[in-house]
Design a protein around this ligand. Sequence first.
Ligand SMILES: *[C@@H]1O[C@H](CO)[C@@H](O)[C@H](O)[C@H]1NC(C)=O
Ligand SMILES: *[C@@H]1O[C@H](CO)[C@@H](O)[C@H](O)[C@H]1NC(C)=O
Ligand SMILES: *[C@@H]1O[C@H](CO)[C@@H](O)[C@H](O)[C@H]1NC(C)=O
Length: 379
Amino acid sequence: MEDGEFSMELDMAVRVVHLACALCRRVQEGLVSADNAQVMTKDDDSPVTIADWSVQATVSWILSEYFGSKNVSIVAEEDVQTLSKPDSRTLLSAVVKTVNECLAEAQRYGLQCPPSELGTSEILEAISRCNSTGGPTGRHWVLDPVDGTLGFVRGDQYAVALALIENGEVVLGVLGCPNYPLKKECFDYHYKAATPKSSQPCSDTFEKGCVIYARRSYGGAWMRPLVHGDEKLEWPNSASLVRVSSIDDPALATFCEPVEKRNSNHSFTAGLAHSVGLRKQPLRVYSMVKYAAIARGDAEIFMKFARTGYREKIWDHAAGVIIVEAAGGVVTDAGGRPLDFSRGIYLEGLDRGIIVCSGPILHEKIIGAVYASWDSSSL
Ligand SMILES: *[C@@H]1O[C@H](CO)[C@@H](O)[C@H](O)[C@H]1NC(C)=O
Ligand SMILES: *[C@@H]1O[C@H](CO)[C@@H](O)[C@H](O)[C@H]1NC(C)=O
Ligand SMILES: *[C@@H]1O[C@H](CO)[C@@H](O)[C@H](O)[C@H]1NC(C)=O
């Protein structure tokens, strides 16, 4: 990694997200091969809850060790209340075990292990330290420990997202996508079913899992495969530049959107898609992997129109936005304005929805369509 503004912070963030992805994979494998049953049943959401809290504790512990616990501000999704309740004891002990197993591997990622296993109180403290509310001044780390909980539970797409905001502006972002295929053909295969099944280009063992990252004024967005087996993270070895797609004809463009209707109005986006001449079926993908898909050039458009009154949170977007912009894309609200990360944990002032495009031509068309269709809609 070359020197420069935030290079040390980016280095830490990339390592810690790799470690967090390894943690999630381990918990997810436990879910799939559920022989270590008691907490890991498929019908409750405890596995994802364990992963959520464990990632938050791990990231918080590492950042605090490194930057000083008094001097690190972390904004993150989970609060400690539920976990501290008496009936959460089983959950809490699973979190303590998961965090310690994960930290024992930290050296493989070039990170520091604790001198001895962390106790329950240290882990609760690491989680509760992530109570910052961000704001317009100072440095704030922003973490979504497991974005896309349904995707996680279903063995589908999910992401670990970490970003750093300084004086209201995102200065670096790292997205870990443990189930994202490394090859575009495999993503296409899974989501677009464009390839005939008989040719089987992407078996169950196809290579998947990557970390994508960008830093302000560094030049481009970069991707690195997750490490496998006993491999050590040699970083930035094996990183490659990613770039948005050059397609700007709507007829050839692919758009993605949230899977769940309650996160975005599918009939509204279908109307927009039709009016700008998008022909393909939307790809419905869980989590911030949608931002990764735009940055990697696997799709051209991502639209999201949540129901009235829903407030978007900064941790669901910060890392994705800087990565897509660094890869050459455009991200705004539906009024064409940049997202504002300076106003606390919510994207206050967001105009209707979020539009992410591979380039200005598609972006302009969609913004135009939003204006044209707004009167006739009661979103
Ligand atoms: C605290 O962090 C700031 C950057 O946000 C840094 O400039 C300062 O040196 C740090 N202070 C300590 C005591 O580590
Ligand atoms: C966050 O929690 C710490 C204790 O872990 C406390 O000292 C601090 O005041 C809290 N900050 C906010 C903004 O609630
Ligand atoms: C979704 O958008 C359509 C317009 O395309 C609107 O009629 C409908 O009420 C919206 N649904 C919700 C839940 O906001």
